[in-house]
Design a protein around this ligand. Sequence first.
Ligand SMILES: [Ca+2]
Ligand SMILES: [Ca+2]
Ligand SMILES: [Ca+2]
Length: 293
Amino acid sequence: MRRVVALLGTCGLAVVMTGGCAKGVDSDGFTFGPVDPTNDTATTDGGTGPVDLTTSGVGSMTDATDGGGPDGSTDDGPAVTTGPDPSETGPGEGSSSGGMGSVCGDGMAEVGEECDGVDLGGLSCPDVDPTFTGGTLACTAGCAYDTSQCSTADNPIVVCQAVGAAINDNATTSNTIVLPAGQTGGTITDVNVEVELDHTYIGDLDIDVNMGGTSVVLFNTCSSEDNLHVIFDDSGGALTCASSDIGSTVQPASPLSAYGGATVQTNWTLDVADTASADTGTLQQWCLTITWM
Ligand SMILES: [Ca+2]
Ligand SMILES: [Ca+2]
Ligand SMILES: [Ca+2]
């Protein structure tokens, strides 16, 4: 701004005065022209007329179309260039125009943008709003956060359901846990299933859990042992078919990691099939612990 201010109202510096403010060259070599009272306004150019605070570049370069002397009808001063003059050095030069160089859509979150494309500034849903527990943060075409895929579900989701249903010979006892609204939609990273049942010969039993068409066999072994109360967890210990299993965390017959990457759906069903006669029991309760991201 220093040079523009210096020219204000005086047509000073090294100007040859010819009945007004003649075109001239100032001390650092920039051409400027006389005030054109009919065309030079405060908003359209950077000439030596009134200060143009909105468009005038500081230190505009020589106007190639201006042949010197009084102007014609449209050009009355140095060429207007907005933004910095790359040939100059010093304060105010060499940075993006007015600090407003952000471009929405270039894939980089910049000043004035919450995000841009996949550049979320390293943030996730809970960073944007602590009421979110997870989900997928995205970015709108206007470079603002899109939280429509964020979730307020519990993490982990823990649901226990008391059942109290009979396990009969040569029949399957099924029970479905319906997850509460707002608990679904996450991407599963781990599932553990706790099963508590009474039975006089657990070797009769095949136990599966099902969600979204994926069935995982939890239990299909042992023999004359009574009762079963374990947490099936891929990271558990080996089932021993001894009374010491009661209350412990054991590996399922097939891995629960089959649910890894699946979307948490509403309905989870436990099937307890009794495949032999003579011994029966009761499914007391079962629980799901679903970790998601
Ligand atoms: Ca950007
Ligand atoms: Ca697990
Ligand atoms: Ca039986």
